[in-house]
Design a protein around this ligand. Structure first.
Ligand code: NAP
Ligand code: MG
Length: 404
């Protein structure tokens, strides 16, 4: 059988622990036997990030800008405990995802992989709901203050021109708490562009919600910028594709989302996205079945799994145990990236392969062959067989060979 050729490389970012082990298995068993894989490889494993003073993460992000598509393995974000575990670390390196996101100025879209045998907690959800979370500002970059005595607080802005603007926040008669939050128009605009672009790429409607009836200026600005971008740059394409851009208040959105059958992108402000993404992903089943895509305003895309490096499983693996870690989200990161590469290069074979790979995964899962995490989630009567990651990947390989 002749392997599928690639014309342009994919940016490949390797990672840590159990997902690094799965990464090798996926490449070796599911990709390389079928595709003459062309990647520009960056090792984002913690120790290599440390050796390069994290230069490798920055290089990988710029390579992604250059080639347009990347696939990333989960990586460790070091904390105190990790500093003890890896004494050679010269710094508590920042989250690679944060670094890449800020270089690409991107927005993260999370969507679940759905199975017939796992029913969402919300009965009427039939299609995935993709959450887009704005990842700049608001309470995440706010300053807080606690005061003890009666008094008043003013919010004051001083422009570079020297001009000042101020507003009384509140007069209080006792102890109080205060918070100063901000957002930047440029960041809101990039967020809007990434959302409209991803809606077009994935042919899904876009919903956006804020609380602009209360935060008239703050949330009103989000609503305004989205509308402006839509009218100026995306309306025509949306209409041509039969897509809808729909703005509503966050509380109305929550009610509509629950009543909906899914199949759209829900763009959320930072805090709403933080909370709603956990609710939506839990209602759909499992973190191990959640994909994550970083999209830049110019359409540059990086695919990954939403979960981390699955440390507990890795320690078992190190002791020689075969683990039953679910590779689905990581496989779908690869299929997503290969499909996108195929679309950008007009490489139909590569796009077809991405589709076959996903179908092979579904075929295996629909026979009830699955990793342990899914066994407890399937509907009664499914009779699942729990297998190890290696066995699961081998079953997909067989299915794929039959289909190729
Ligand atoms: P995690 O790796 O997502 O795992 C948390 C737990 O969720 C696991 O212990 C496991 O539960 C379950 N789980 C997650 N993915 C699974 C899969 N594919 N198959 C089966 N079960 C799965 O989160 P964490 O333990 O909090 O973080 C570990 C490391 O990952 C940290 O160093 C963190 O910095 C990093 N991290 C990286 C990213 C990223 O690169 N995007 C994202 C999040 C976290 P059981 O143990 O009960 O089986
Ligand atoms: Mg959260």
């Amino acid at each position: 059988m002749e392997k599928i050729k690639m014309t342009t490389p994919l940016v490949e970012m390797d990672g840590d622990e159990m997902t690094r082990v799965l990464w090798q298995m996926i490449k070796q068993e599911l990709i390389c036997p079928f595709v003459e894989l062309k990647t520009e490889y960056y090792d984002l494993g913690l120790l290599h990030r440390n050796e390069t003073q994290d230069r490798v993460t920055v290089d990988a992000a710029y390579a992604t800008k250059k080639y347009g598509v990347a696939v990333k393995c989960a990586t460790i974000t070091p904390n105190r405990q990790r500093m003890e575990e890896y004494p050679q670390l010269t710094q508590m390196w920042k989250s690679p995802n944060g670094t890449i996101r800020s270089i690409l100025d991107g927005t993260v879209f999370r969507a679940p992989i759905l199975l017939d045998s796992i029913r969402p907690a919300v009965r009427n959800w039939k299609k995935p709901i993709t959450i887009a979370r704005h990842a700049y500002g608001d309470v995440y970059k706010a300053v807080d203050l606690y005061t003890k005595e009666p008094g008043e607080c003013t919010l004051m802005f001083k422009g570079v021109s020297g001009e000042e603007q101020s507003v009384l926040v509140q007069k209080v008669d006792g102890p109080a708490v205060w918070q100063g939050a901000h957002n930047k128009e440029s960041s809101i605009r990039s967020f809007a562009r990434a959302c409209f672009q991803y809606a077009i790429d994935t042919r899904q409607d876009l919903w956006f919600s804020t609380k602009d009836t209360i935060a008239k200026v703050y949330d009103g600005e989000f609503k305004r910028v989205f509308e402006e971008e839509y009218e100026a740059n995306y309306k025509q394409q949306f209409e041509a594709l039969g897509l809808t851009y729909f703005y509503t208040l966050i509380d109305d959105a929550v009610a509509r989302v629950i009543r909906s059958e899914g199949g759209f992108i829900w763009a959320c402000k930072n805090y709403d996205g933080d909370v709603m993404s956990d609710m939506v992903s839990t209602a759909f089943g499992s973190l191990a079945m959640m994909t994550s895509v970083l999209v830049a305003p110019d359409g540059t895309t990086e695919y990954e799994a939403a979960h981390g490096t699955v440390t507990k499983h890795y320690y078992k693996y190190l002791k020689g145990e075969e683990t039953s870690t679910n590779p689905m989200a990581t496989i779908f990161a690869w299929s997503g990236a290969l499909r996108k590469r195929g679309e950008l290069d007009g490489n139909k074979e590569l796009q077809d392969f991405a589709h076959r790979l996903e179908q092979a995964c579904f075929a295996v899962l629909n026979r009830g062959v699955m990793t342990k995490d899914l066994v407890n989630l399937v509907e009664p009567g499914t009779n699942p067989t729990a297998v190890t990651s290696r066995e699961f990947i081998a079953a997909i390989r067989k299915e794929l060979e039959a289909a190729c």
